[in-house]
Ligand binder design. Structure first.
Ligand SMILES: C[S@@+](CC[C@H](N)C(=O)[O-])C[C@H]1O[C@@H](n2cnc3c(N)ncnc32)[C@H](O)[C@@H]1O
Length: 176
């Protein structure tokens, strides 16, 4: 993952496009993207879902989206949402870091701290039988991320991987 900040926005990158590949054939009534950033993936969801919501913790990012969407909320994860969605997606801030210096990319220790908080926040917003796709990296503790997601009551598995020069991107599918 590269840090590509422009007004705090994370521009679409290889992880964005890999998650797009994994979710582009999903269909349903409603979908939520947590950490919408530029809005690129939220727009992809709008092609296949009737009702789409995007959240981001960074208000400036939401105000300056390159791919502007209509239903946006500034909050942590899905904390401000009282609705359940067929599909939830998140290109997590998954980098393993000692501190959170860049909110777009830094995941904290082992790349687990922020991702686990976001996953916990997302669970009430997934309908029974609904899916949650999120992305992590071989440079983070992805095995523990999957285990902890299972402990939170989802059925999580590695859905797809993609080798990059210096890491492997990992998309996890978690079913409620
Ligand atoms: C890796 S970027 C992904 C951006 C975009 N979805 C994409 O795939 O290109 C992560 C995004 O999540 C947002 N974010 C970070 N922590 C968050 C949190 N706790 N709740 C909501 N959004 C968060 C960041 O501001 C950033 O826009």
């Amino acid at each position: 993952m590269q840090n590509k900040l422009h007004k705090g926005q994370y521009d679409p990158a290889e992880d964005t496009f890999f998650l797009e590949d994994c979710i582009k054939n999903e269909k349903g009534k409603s979908a939520l993207e947590i950490g919408t950033g530029s809005g690129y993936l939220t727009k992809v969801l709008e092609r296949s879902f009737d009702f789409v919501v995007g959240t981001d913790i960074n208000l400036d990012v939401l105000k300056n989206q390159t791919y502007a969407s209509q239903n946006l909320l500034c909050c942590f994860g899905a904390d401000a949402i009282n609705l359940q969605f067929d599909l939830v997606i998140c290109n997590l801030p998954y980098l393993a870091t000692d501190e959170i210096l860049d909110i777009a990319t830094d995941g904290g220790k082992e790349g687990l701290e922020i991702p686990l908080q976001i996953i916990k926040s997302a669970i009430p917003s997934i309908r029974e039988g609904g899916k949650f796709f999120f992305i992590t990296s071989s440079l983070s503790n992805f095995t523990k991320l999957v285990e902890e997601t299972n402990k939170m009551g989802l059925k999580a598995r590695i859905f797809a991987t993609k080798k990059l020069f210096f890491e492997e991107l990992i998309v996890v599918e978690a079913v409620k």
